[in-house]
Ligand binder design. Structure first.
Ligand code: AMO
Length: 433
């Protein structure tokens, strides 16, 4: 079927366009039939606009086509914009041509909000669920978040890189690897770009990557997935304090941009975005243990702080904060110990609303020390030969972090389940759609 090309998004249909001819395209959100007049709400990615069709003012053909419309039929509409005092958005469109380019069956789930559907069912019908206006908003925000992260990192002199996701070594602990058959050998899906991004500091100096990471986590929680988008940076000639500073900029810019661009739309769903202030509070691991003890959560030195502990600390501080100086032994082998006290490390986690959003550190850049660190953790340096090579040729001191994009989206949009901010989540039990 021939049909004209879309000229405007629904959100662009404003009273200022009064009298102008436009071509819209999207889906029938709702039809209100008052006999000789029909109101059709047309939805596209950016919003909803009202089409007004009066019998006698349109051709018989348009009237009969419009009479057959059902919710979610895909349509292309040519029409004239009219400023209006009665229509909701102060504007409506009077169609002169209507093309039904695809018909829709009744939907398997309710996207209009009259019936609540549980998340499991929604994810089963995810391609349909994604038509819901809140979801359109979530994923438009996610795109903007990725954009502002990129802009901020470029402004700090980083360039975007792409490292292999099929690899041979574990970087973040062996238990969580997915094995893949790689012709006659076994390979693994990358848990993070860690070793590659570190190697790149010896050539490209400041790099970042936004890419999937794969972890065979067995726990099925509201904030773990088996595939997630990791935002990673690594910077040469820098330490953990320097890269924490970059992370603060990223976070503040993300919150500010989302607040600037989406404030009104988010308010409709009761979502408020409060822009945090720099610099973020920094407490040491030891301080954290002290505070938790006072609040009745006793921990042994050297244990990882549990989720409940992070929640208590967030209740205490409100704003995003860093925990720094973790015990060296609970961090990955590449983490640099403090020169003054090697039991603790130049490491940090960023916590927002009781959730770990990012973690990072200064790295060991001296080959002998790195080999020692591998051995201390029972890892065989021979398996890391291709990585260790770069340390022979002027490896600069460096530091970096990794941030879970979906975790950031969760706290930013105050979603309680990470799956809400993922198009097609991969968890312990979900491999499709
Ligand atoms: P880490 O293992 O802490 O550090 O991961 C970095 C960030 O990634 C997110 N994340 C996850 N998000 C969803 N589902 C998961 N299963 C999951 N696992 C981790 C979290 C976490 O803070 N290489 C280091 C980073 C570095 O030091 O540069 C690393 O991977 O938000």
């Amino acid at each position: 079927m021939e049909f004209p090309r879309k000229t405007h998004w629904t959100k662009d249909i404003r009273p200022e366009l009064d009298g102008k001819e436009v071509v819209l395209a999207g889906w029938v959100w709702d039809v209100r039939d008052l006999g000789n007049i029909k109101f059709i709400l047309l939805r596209d990615r950016e919003g909803i606009v009202q089409l007004t069709v009066k019998r006698g003012s349109v051709t018989d053909n348009v009237w009969s086509v419009v009479s057959t419309l059902n919710r979610e039929d895909a349509v292309v509409v040519r029409g004239v914009v009219k400023a209006s005092r009665i229509a909701k958005a102060g504007v409506e469109v009077f169609p002169s041509e209507v093309y039904v380019v695809a018909r829709s069956k009744p939907l398997p789930i309710d996207i209009w909000g009259s019936v609540a559907t549980d998340l499991d069912t929604r994810l089963r019908f995810r391609p349909v669920d994604l038509k819901r206006p809140i979801n359109l908003l979530i994923f438009r925000v996610e795109s903007e978040v990725a954009r502002v992260i990129r802009e901020t990192l470029y402004s700090h002199g980083f360039i975007e890189v792409f490292t292999p996701k099929i690899i041979v070594t574990s970087t973040e602990g062996g238990a969580e690897l997915f094995a893949v058959q790689y012709f006659e050998r076994v390979a693994y899906l990358a848990q993070s770009p860690q070793l590659y991004k570190e190697e790149l500091t010896a050539s490209l100096e400041r790099v970042f990557e936004i890419a999937p990471a794969y972890r065979a986590e067995k726990h099925n929680t509201n904030y773990h997935l088996n595939e997630f988008i990791s935002v990673d940076i690594e910077e040469a000639f820098a330490n953990y304090m320097d890269v924490m500073n970059v992370l603060e900029d990223v976070i503040v810019n993300v919150y500010r941009r989302v607040s600037d661009v989406f404030k009104d739309e988010l308010n409709k769903y009761g979502i408020e975005v409060t822009v945090p202030k720099k610099p973020f509070r920094k407490i040491t691991y030891d301080d954290a243990l002290g505070i938790l003890e006072k609040r009745g959560l006793r921990m042994n030195w050297g244990e990882d702080i549990p989720k409940r502990g992070l929640e208590i600390l967030s209740e205490e501080f409100g704003e995003p904060f860093f925990i720094i100086h973790f015990p060296t032994d609970i961090r990955a082998f590449y983490t640099k110990p403090l020169e003054s006290d090697p039991r603790i490390s130049e490491s940090f986690d960023l916590v927002i609303d009781g959730l770990e959003i990012a973690s990072g550190s200064s790295r060991i850049h001296i080959k002998e020390q790195l080999v020692e660190a591998l051995k201390r953790r029972g890892l065989n340096p021979e398996n890391f030969e291709s990585h260790l090579m770069v340390y022979d040729y002027g490896m600069p001191p460096h530091a970096g972090w990794g941030m879970g994009l979906y975790r950031l989206m969760m706290v930013l949009l105050r979603r309680t389940n990470i799956r809400e901010v993922v198009l097609y989540p991969r968890d312990r039990f979900r491999l499709e759609p």
